[in-house]
Design a protein around this ligand. Structure first.
Ligand SMILES: Nc1ncnc2c1ncn2[C@@H]1O[C@H](COP(=O)(O)OP(=O)(O)OP(=O)(O)O)[C@@H](O)[C@H]1O
Ligand SMILES: [Mg+2]
Length: 247
């Protein structure tokens, strides 16, 4: 009914606004870094930053185009276009986009091992949103001087796992499901005055669900959070072994 439709419209608007803000944050970080470095703005680092900055702007423009098209069509769901996605390559693109935000907070962003990772069945745009949301969280919730590590690997039953590890406060056991509810935030994050609306993980879980994937918080022996994303492999294990064996 109408009330239902109105609730869904508001939920959708909140979600898409969240997705627009994520690349904006990255773009702002690029601008700040470039400003600090303005004495030798033509050096290699600056050029690299400008390259990634353009990536962020491109991403933002695509999101806004999507939004306009969705407004025209009147649907409140993102269209999902599942295709063959090279996950390690997507991870590297996401890292490039977020690197300035991590530099600004004095955090290190590291690529962990990515052994023989098969391609996955996913919507490349939506999956990139998920990874960006997780990186934005690690950037915000882990302290400076720490390292955030991304790892991919094949899992059982033709699945592929992406893990994002940080060395922050972690997520207390009793909140590990609730953080995926819209607007829920761990009380410490609220009392610590960390910015955020509590939407990123709810959006991530919904997008992954639409792609036949899953997301959860795993236990880990050391301190910090470990977010796991599981996706379907498009090719069976080993089919891509030749691609990466010599890298
Ligand atoms: N890497 C992390 N370490 C510790 N706590 C986390 C981490 N990621 C998420 N959380 C907790 O989960 C809550 C929900 O995360 P979510 O991404 O949905 O919202 P947010 O980051 O607070 O705000 P938004 O994403 O809307 O800007 C966070 O407020 C925080 O309490
Ligand atoms: Mg978030």
């Amino acid at each position: 009914d109408l009330v239902d439709q109105d609730a869904r419209r508001r939920e959708f608007l909140a979600a898409i606004s969240h997705e627009i803000r994520t690349p904006l944050t990255a773009i702002q970080a690029f601008a700040e870094l470039l400003e600090m470095d303005r004495t030798n703005a033509a050096d290699d680092t600056a050029m690299e930053l400008v390259g990634s900055l353009k990536g962020g702007v491109h991403r933002l423009r695509m999101l806004v185009t999507d939004l306009i098209n969705l407004g025209r069509s009147g649907t409140l769901e993102y269209p999902v276009n599942p295709a063959d996605v090279d996950l390690p390559a997507l991870v590297e693109r996401s890292i490039a986009l977020m690197r300035p935000a991590f530099l600004l907070r004095g955090q290190e962003l590291a690529l962990g091992p990515m052994p023989d990772t098969p391609h996955v069945l996913a919507d490349v745009q939506l999956l990139e949103q998920v990874v960006l949301n997780l990186l934005a969280n690690a950037n915000r919730h882990a302290p400076s001087g720490t390292t955030i590590t991304l790892t991919t690997r094949p899992a059982e039953h033709d699945r592929v796992l992406l893990e994002i590890d940080d060395q922050g406060s972690g997520v207390p056991l009793e909140f590990r499901e609730r953080i995926f509810e819209p607007y829920f935030r761990v009380p410490d994050a609220v009392s610590g005055d960390l910015p955020g609306s509590g939407l990123g993980l709810a959006v991530a879980r919904r997008l992954l669900h639409q792609m036949g994937g899953r997301i959860w918080v795993a236990d880990k022996p050391e301190a910090g959070a470990r977010f796991c994303v599981e996706l379907r492999a498009t090719v069976t294990r080993g089919a891509h072994a030749g691609d990466r064996a010599t890298v």
